[in-house]
Each structure stands twice: as C-alpha cells, then as structure tokens.
Design a protein around this ligand. Structure first.
Ligand SMILES: Nc1nc2c(ncn2[C@@H]2O[C@H](COP(=O)(O)OP(=O)(O)OP(=O)(O)O)[C@@H](O)[C@H]2O)c(=O)[nH]1
Ligand SMILES: [Mg+2]
Length: 419
C-alpha cells in the first residue's frame, strides 16, 4: 500500500475574547487618530474640466464660500493647458490644503480630438511624482505635498441636447484615473422639464459608452441612505455666483435676472447644495481613499509591470521583489555582455576589413610603381639610344664637314699656283 503524505498543518492562531478588569485607555485610539489628522491638516485636489467661460471659477468660489481671485482664460489658445493653484483654508481648527486645477482653452480648438491628452498627462504626472517619492530609499511621504487629483468635476454645457463627443471621449479616457462627477453648468439657463430630460439623456449616453463615473458609496450605513438617493440626482445641475442678494433678512449668493432671482443655495432652484454636501461634507474622505486605493493603485501596478516587476513568475509562482531585481540585474548584465561581445566582434571584423583594404591598396601601389619603373627604364633606354644616334650623327657630320673643308682648301690652293 502506498503511504499517503500529509502536509504539516500550520499552527492555528487561536483568538480568545478577554474581559478587562479596569480601564486601560486604548478606547482613545480613534481620538488619537482624529487629533493627529487635524494636526497634520488635510489635502484635497479638485480638477475642473470644462469649456472656457462655463462657470468653473464661479462655482469654486461658491463651493468654498471665498474668492479665489481667478483670471478669465483667453478663447484663442492653440492647445489645452492645465493650471493649478493651491490654497490654505481653515474652518474651526481644521486646515485644508486645497488645490484647484483648471483646464485652460478646453474646447476652443477646431480639432478637439486631442483635448483630453493634456488632462491625462497631467493626472499621470501627479501619480508618477507620488510613485517616485514612494520608491525613494529615503522617503518623506508625511511631508510630501500629494498632488494626485481626488475628484474631477466635469462641466457639461447646458445645451439640453446631450453630451458632445469631446465630453464622452474625455470622460472615457479619465474614468480609470480619477473620480468623475459630471455636473451641468449654468443650470439656470435651462428649464425645469428640459433639465430632467437632459439629465436622463446624459446618463443614458454615459452608460451606452461605458463611462464609469464616481458613485457615492452606499456600503457605510451612516451615509448609505443619503448617498443612495444622491446617486440618482447625478449629474447635478448647478448654478454659481459671486453676487449676493438680500432676501428677507438674509443675504444669499444669487443671480439676479429681470424676471427673478436664482438662489445658489436654494434646493428648489438648483443642485448646488447637493453637490457641496456630497463633495465636501460627506464623501471627501472616500474620494481621497479611492484615489489612493483604486486609481493610483492601477497606475502603480501598470508602471511597475512596465518596469518589469511582477508578483508571479512565468509559472505563476510568487516571486519577491529581490528575486525580480536579481533576475533583471542578471538579464541586464547578460545583455551588456552580449553587446560587448558583439562590439568586440564587430571591431575585429572592421580591423580585418581595413587590413585587407590596406593590403589591396599597397599591392596596387606596388604594381603602379613597378609599371612606372619599367616605363622609366624603357624611356631612359630610348633616350640613350637617341642620344647615341645624335652623337653618331654629330661625328658623321663633323667628319663630312672636315672632308668638305679639306676638299675646298686643296681646290683653292691649286688655282693660286696657276697665277
Ligand atoms: N447664467 C450663469 N452664468 C454663470 C454661472 N456661473 C458663472 N457664470 C458667468 O459666466 C461667466 C464666466 O464665469 P467663470 O466662472 O469665469 O467661468 P470659467 O469657466 O472659470 O472661465 P475660464 O476660467 O475663463 O475658462 C461669468 O460672467 C459668470 O458670471 C451660472 O451658474 N449661470
Ligand atoms: Mg476660470
């Protein structure tokens, strides 16, 4: 009979509930946490995407009940840019480091195909900066100014017709990178019945195109009811204003028209209060947490995989960071060695080729020299012969000349004797 091997069982961890006989004090842990957080202050970063002049800055002023002193953007920029400003706000003893990032020139170009690129790059750049800080040997994350964007308020034009293609493309590109809350801007320009139709059209189009927008969480009992009902009001139709109007004995933020007044904080006029409630009072921490746990995590995972890191090897077995690093290092060294060998071989080859080339040239030169030498010898011989011939001719000439002179002399002498 074959023996059956039984795996040794891991030591079971027993949990027992014990009663304390007196006050120890760890019930103050939540208070310690709160105190620490309050002391450190909070960071919240908002990205506002929307066409130029759609009321982004006015809404921010209205939401935080302050004046951020923003300057209007020009309408004729060739590309989309992002501009971020950070503010320190304080309410009671809670400090908030708020960054508002605005799109400049969004929707102003004739070709809007690439409008989302600047936004995607900006969001990724903030993730990358955080990742680089995290990967440092000497990290200083508590002092690090986290610039990752916790929420994106997407301002929809109040056309009443549905979304523009730039809206769908941009939101689709961003839905895995940031918590998107779509809002209908300048909602006072659209009638009540049109607004309801417009809202459901927008939601339909988002669903049809698979755009995942941020859902207010319903898993926490204390806020599940309010969040659940607020989810059905998305996209919030908002109105912003920097003007104040006296209504009764109260001064309220409002927009005045010849036919009446739109009160920003009046829930029967618009969804501004709902947005403020959800964004600032109920779900700010959830958005901060989701940014870190979902969007940043996804970015980090992709980036580390890009760098060649993985939790499992090719056989799906777990590998540690160190193993991966060593594997990468040896692969890199091997690659370097191969490159070096290749270069050496190439060098030897080149030297050989050059040597052969030089030898060939030397041979050619030698042949040329030999030919020249031969030509020279032949020419010399020819000239020698010519010189000899000239010499012979000269001798012959002289000899004849002599003879002629002598003949003439004898003839002259004979004539004179006769006389
Ligand atoms: N009707 C209406 N007008 C608004 C609303 N909010 C802002 N405006 C007006 O729209 C104009 C532009 O508002 P801004 O807040 O400067 O718009 P913006 O999107 O910040 O503009 P840029 O930063 O230049 O792109 C101003 O005249 C505002 O008074 C709104 O809710 N309803
Ligand atoms: Mg502005």
């Amino acid at each position: 009979m074959a023996a059956i091997e039984v795996e040794p069982t891991k030591a079971e961890i027993l949990m027992r509930t014990l009663k304390l006989s007196g006050h120890v004090g760890f019930d103050s842990l939540p208070d310690q946490l709160v105190n620490k957080s309050v002391q450190n202050g909070f960071v919240f970063n908002i990205l506002c995407i929307g066409e130029t002049g759609l009321g982004k800055s006015t809404l921010m002023d209205s939401l935080f009940n302050t004046n951020f002193e923003s300057t209007p953007s020009p309408h004729n920029l060739p590309t989309v840019k992002l501009k971020a400003h950070t503010y320190e706000l304080q309410e009671s003893n809670v400090r908030l480091k708020l960054t508002i990032c605005d799109t400049v020139g969004y929707g102003d170009q004739v070709n809007k195909e690439d409008s989302f690129k600047a936004v995607v790059d900006y969001i990724d750049a903030q993730f990358e900066a955080y990742l680089q800080e995290e990967l440092k040997i000497k990290r200083s994350l508590p002092a690090y100014h986290d610039s990752r964007l916790h929420v994106c308020l997407y301002f929809i034009c109040p056309t009443g017709h549905g979304l523009k293609s730039i809206d769908l493309v941009c939101m689709k590109k961003l839905d895995t990178k940031v918590n998107i809350i779509p809002i209908i801007a300048k909602a006072d320009t659209i009638s009540k019945t049109e607004l309801q139709k417009f809202k459901s059209k927008i939601m339909q189009e988002l669903q049809l195109n698979g755009v995942e927008i941020y859902q207010f969480p319903v898993d926490d009992e204390s806020v599940s009811d309010v969040n659940g009902s607020m989810n059905s009001h998305i996209p919030f139709a908002v109105v912003g204003s920097t003007d104040f109007v006296k209504i009764g004995n109260k001064t309220v933020r409002a927009r005045q028209y010849p036919w009446g007044t739109v009160q920003v904080e009046n829930e029967s006029h618009c969804d501004f209060v709902k947005l403020r409630e959800m964004l600032i009072r109920t779900n700010m921490e959830d958005m901060r947490e989701k940014t870190h746990a979902r969007h940043y995590e996804l970015y980090r995972r992709r980036r580390l995989a890009q760098m060649g890191f993985s939790d499992v090897d090719a056989d799906n077995k777990p590998v540690s960071f160190q193993q991966t690093f060593e594997q990468k290092r040896s692969a890199h060294l091997l690659q370097l060695q191969q490159k070096e060998d290749e270069m050496k071989q190439m060098f030897v080859q080149r030297v050989k080729e050059k040597e052969a080339e030089l030898k060939e040239a030397e041979k050619e030169l030698h042949a040329k020299f030999e030919k020249l030498k031969k030509d020279h010898t032949e020419e010399k011989k020819r000239l020698e012969d010519l010189r000899k011939k000239i010499e012979d001719d000269t001798i012959e000439f002289n000899r004849r000349k002599q003879q002629t002179v002598q003949g003439h002399h004898t003839l002259t002498l004979g004539k004179s004797k006769k006389k």
